[in-house]
Design a protein around this ligand. Structure first.
Ligand code: CUA
Length: 170
């Protein structure tokens, strides 16, 4: 069988393209280390948040290893606590859950950003900057969650490490 040389060229070119597509998809799926949300997240019953040891009284606490945990409840259309203060030069982990629908917890101007799904506890760990004076960030919801979505926000302030006190501490 005689195959015209142009046809051979295009056959070969299409093979190269197909292999190229497969390699690109494979690289995108496994090569970049991008982790998808899966069911390895901690789970929680959104109906019983008020009985949960950490989420019944959300806020910041020491994690016992020199860092801090901040427990946050997202609800239409607010975050509790609404005004978070965390120390600078510290490791801070936010644990966020929703008691109603899907929200997000997005610290404006940073890459701290997570989807917040009822029944799951999303966690984001950040190393806060060593600030000389308080630095304020906005926290917003970037998942459409209802009529008040655009009003769903909170404040997050990084305070200088030596000025920071946990509530209830002398
Ligand atoms: Cu919560 Cu949008």
């Amino acid at each position: 069988m005689n195959i015209h040389s142009y046809e051979k060229f295009w056959l070969l070119a299409s093979m190269v393209l197909i292999v190229g597509f497969i390699l690109t998809i494979t690289y995108g799926a496994v090569g970049l280390g991008i982790a998808m949300v899966d069911d390895s997240e901690d789970t929680i019953d959104p109906e019983t948040l008020t009985e949960h040891p950490d989420f019944s009284d959300p806020g910041i606490e020491a994690d016992g290893e020199g860092g801090y945990d901040v427990y946050v409840e997202a609800i239409q259309f607010a975050y509790f606590p609404n005004d978070m203060r965390v120390p600078g030069n510290s490791t801070v982990t936010f644990h966020v859950t929703s008691s109603d629908v899907i929200h997000s917890f997005s610290v404006v101007g940073t890459n701290a950003n997570t989807m917040v799904i009822p029944g799951e506890i999303a966690s984001v760990t950040v190393e806060t900057d060593d600030v000389d004076e308080p630095r304020k960030y906005g926290v917003i919801c970037t998942e459409y969650c209802g009529s008040g979505h655009h009003d769903m926000e909170a404040a997050l302030t990084i305070v200088p490490e030596d000025e920071f006190e946990l509530e209830g501490e002398e």
